[in-house]
Design a protein around this ligand. Structure first.
Ligand code: WT7
Length: 635
């Protein structure tokens, strides 16, 4: 039996047991047999959740791009690595073979070297979903530079914050991007961001929309001529197992985004192994994950996991609604997609349009369906199962996080019987625990609690860039000797997990993780605003939408409320991006506070969700009178 490829439920249980009884022996065997190492490790694992310090495969040396590209060149050189499907469906799709990918990554890596980028330098990548995004990412990894991909929907302020936090030396961007019928001026956003950045030495600009952009002398360079002049081979930098591979920012409970740091060997082993098993990818399958590489889903399951397995991975530049809501299904048919991985919010948006679009396309290639990003509701689950999978394709509901690097709780397609809305069983090597509020583990089945992980797994983030203390406080302080996920979960009678949602101040909107604090910070910058509080409320497509309670300064009270609402959303768009805009804004005379001055978001959440019969005890509030007033004026 090969532990690398699990095919049946009994096998899952057998391998799972082995992986938790003797994790080091287990992961050593996986690492040994399926990856290319320049030097083997001295020690498989050392860990201490109190510090917290975790090291996997210490002493090993490797380069992840040799694993993702070079080692496939003999066996799969002419196989398609990446299928690029452009925004405009009239434009031709691009098929990039492993050989071509090798050459393009090498050329790009040489350009980086030529511009003075060295091992350990941070490079910010701010690109649309075009091949250069995957190639730039891999080129950084080739030379040991740490990539920090920033989703190209983020605003210039958000981009500047991220560039400054990790002191990036270079930005890689494009003249612009296509998004459905619109174009976006990415280079203009970068220029604006760089007014507040001092560490950037050069900007590489890919041509995508052929717009007229300003190029700053001695800073900005068109990418293509540099690539044309670059040498087509590049010796990979040999990295240590625990050298950082990338930083990816995620929002948290304070205004400052957290730069999660992922390292090389453990991340590679775990993303490759989960990809293979969760999706049951087999040679010659075509796999498509609809996420953007700007999120962890794209890092792990468009780029690294699939390429490490020599897979064919689809990159789609556009949106599900352009030119119409049939676009996803058209792409599935066109490229004969076998594994299709998307988010509940996309499923709900498509379900709303009915099944006419689906019926126009042949979806018979689909073998496995996946979902990620937020809890999937029962209705969306069944719509996906009935209409896309035709009840024949298992749905893998994959629970994980930016911080976990890879899938943590999920069915293994065809092996694990699925259950609507359940992420089901922990993946191999993952040891979940449900905790009560007092910090005691809740054992047994048919229970619910706060979801923690008791034991390290290879792809966990190792720290927050520049702030290890915050890493410790956020993830390792709530419960002794445990990683705390921030999610609530329940375990059913057979041990299946269902994720019930965030238990902290993070709200998942359309699958995007949004901290309330950064949004409140943005609103509070408005000169008329005294203070604000953001909560989530249910939304039929987005899952959650944002409800803002805003108290105005006396000077602002005479202002027109509709104009103020527009200005507030404009501020949020500028500071964070359009994804964080508020659906509803209620102006209040005050916000409910505890005696220590903390805003009671719990009460505000109940009001926004129309659950005022469950407000609980409000007598401990400093100002209980505002609650009735807020309820009377709810939107
Ligand atoms: C949060 C992490 C890595 C995936 C992309 C989002 C929620 C994620 C599921 C799921 C229920 C889910 C959790 C988690 N989440 N997948 N299958 N079922 N909830 O990554 O932005 O770091 O967000 O997304 O609340 O903590 P992220």
């Amino acid at each position: 039996m090969s532990n690398y490829h699990i095919k049946h439920l009994e096998e899952y249980y057998q391998v799972y047991r082995k992986s938790v009884r003797n994790p080091e022996v287990f992961w050593e065997e996986i690492a040994e047999e399926h990856f290319l190492w320049r030097k083997k490790w001295d020690k498989v694992l050392s860990w201490d959740f109190k510090k917290p310090k975790v090291k996997w495969f210490e002493g090993a040396e490797l380069n992840i791009t040799e694993n993702c590209i070079d080692r496939h060149l003999y066996t799969r050189g002419d196989k398609t690595a990446i299928i690029f499907e452009p925004n405009n469906k009239e434009d031709e799709a691009e098929h990039i073979t492993y050989k071509q990918l090798h050459e393009r990554v090498c050329r790009f890596a040489n350009v980086l070297l030529d511009k003075g980028i060295k091992k350990g330098d941070r490079v910010c990548i701010y690109l649309p979903m075009i091949p250069e995004l995957a190639i730039a990412t891999l080129a950084c990894a080739r030379i040991g530079a740490i990539h920090s991909v920033v989703f190209a929907g983020f605003s210039s302020t958000a981009l500047a914050t991220r560039i400054n936090d990790s002191e990036c030396k270079m930005v890689i961007t494009s003249d612009g991007s296509y998004r459905g019928p619109k174009t976006i001026d990415l280079k203009g956003i970068v220029d604006e961001a760089l007014e507040d950045c001092t560490t950037i030495e050069s900007v590489l600009v890919a041509k995508r929309i052929n717009s007229d952009v300003q190029m700053k002398a001695d800073r900005d360079y068109w990418l293509q001529p540099l690539l044309d002049d670059a040498y087509s081979d590049c010796v990979p930098e040999i990295m240590k197992a625990e050298d950082p591979l990338f930083i990816l920012y995620t929002s948290g409970s304070t205004g400052k985004p957290k730069g999660m740091v992922h390292t090389t060997a453990g991340y590679m082993v775990y993303t490759a192994y989960t990809f293979k098993n969760v999706f049951q990818y087999t040679e010659n399958d075509v796999y498509w994950c609809t996420a953007d590489i700007g999120w962890i889903t794209g890092h792990s399951y468009i780029v690294y996991g699939p390429l490490c397995n020599g897979a064919t991975t689809v990159m789609f530049e556009g949106v599900p609604s352009y030119p119409d809501f049939g676009r996803f299904w058209e792409i599935v048919e066109k490229h004969k997609v076998n594994q299709f991985y998307t988010a509940p919010t996309a499923i709900r948006a498509l379900a709303k349009e009915g099944i006419d679009h689906l019926e126009k396309h042949n979806l018979s290639s689909i073998k496995v369906l996946g979902t990620v990003g937020e809890p999937i509701n029962e209705e969306a689950w069944h719509w996906y199962d009935d209409n896309v999978g035709k009840k024949k394709a298992p749905i893998v509901d994959t629970w994980w996080q930016t911080e976990t690097g890879g899938i943590m709780i999920s069915p293994i397609a065809f092996a694990t019987p699925t259950k609507p809305t359940y992420a089901t069983l922990p993946f191999i090597g993952v040891q979940p625990a449900l905790m009560d509020e007092k910090g005691t583990e809740i054992k047994g089945n048919q229970v619910d609690g706060r979801l923690c992980i008791k034991f390290p797994w290879p792809s966990m983030a190792r720290t927050i860039w520049g702030n290890h203390q915050r890493y410790k406080e956020t993830y390792f302080s709530a419960y002794d000797n445990m990683y705390f996920t921030g999610d609530g979960a329940l375990r059913d009678e057979v041990g299946y997990y269902r994720i019930t949602g965030r238990v902290d101040d993070v709200i998942i909107v359309s699958g995007h993780n949004l901290g309330t604090a950064p949004i409140e910070d943005a609103i509070n910058e408005h000169p008329a605003v005294a203070e604000s509080a953001i909560v989530g409320f249910p939304h039929d497509v987005k899952g959650n939408a944002l409800y803002g309670y805003v108290t105005l300064k006396e000077t602002g009270e005479s202002r027109n409320h509709d104009n103020l609402r527009k200005e507030i959303n404009q501020l949020i768009t500028e500071q964070i991006g359009p994804i964080a805009k508020l659906n509803k804004i209620q102006f209040t005379n005050g916000l409910p506070k505890t005696r220590s001055g903390k805003i009671m978001r719990r009460i505000l959440r109940k009001i926004a969700c129309n659950e005022t019969d469950q407000l609980g005890d409000t007598s401990t509030l400093l100002n209980p009178e505002v609650v009735q007033d807020i309820m009377d004026n709810v939107l």
